[in-house]
Design a protein around this ligand. Sequence first.
Ligand code: AMP
Length: 282
Amino acid sequence: MLKVIRTVAEMQRYADAVRSGGRTLGFVPTMGALHEGHLSLVQRACRENNVVVVSLFVNPLQFGPKEDFKAYPRSFKRDRQLLEDRGVDVLFFPSRAAMYSKGFCTYVLQEGLTATLCGRSRPTHFQGVTTVVAKLFHAVKPHRSYFGQKDAQQAMVIKRMVKDLNMDIRVAVLPIVREADGLAMSSRNAYLKGKERQDALCLVNSLRKAEGLFKRGERSSRKILAAIRQVIRRVPSARIDYVSVVDPQTLQPVSIIGKKALVALAVFVGKVRLIDNTILRG
Ligand code: AMP
């Protein structure tokens, strides 16, 4: 039976009881509108832990003033049922006031890794992410946490935060789950209207083009980036926010690809901003 917990204090009491009983606690943070990408993390957490907590919190702090916080899809009842069906123990569903009480003014700020890629187009985003994940970690007190490679930069940022702040939590990063036609699953895919759903395939198609070139021996980032842009520019409703070939550890751009590189992109399809990425491995 899935238990819904809405306050930090109750979540902490629950976590203390689990831990003092010698059981392991796995944690999957989400913003809800769940899909198979989220559920792949849940499934892994269930396999590796005695108790699994999933949080559902649309975090206002990680949205910019002109972004989609209000419109973000919310489907609590459906999400609750999905988690119950998958055997999750607790759904942590705090209110905004439970997470950010009056007078809240303490943030977790990470430099370096947050300056590139999505951090450049969404300047306050990662501060919102690190702050909320740190708070969720303190509420849920997990042994292990689970994140998706879909948000590659976010996963790196969280790993770095855990290391830098001596948090005793394992961070697992799991592969991108895609629709049958290749589109990376995302709660924001629900915004895509009519032909935009088809147009959105330009993200994965451009990454596949890059993978093909790399396999045939191309190592110049400039040429790979040009090929990606060409695929996306063929779609009139698509507008590139960024495309980058970066070192997967530092997230800094590389000009010649060595053993490994992360190709990451963000593209607006109509008004919907989508992200995707792939790792090129020699
Ligand atoms: P969100 O609800 O978008 O904040 O995502 C919650 C977690 O699910 C994050 O760790 C995401 O990286 C992960 N996630 C989202 N979409 C996918 C996907 N298509 N495949 C794998 N993980 C995903």
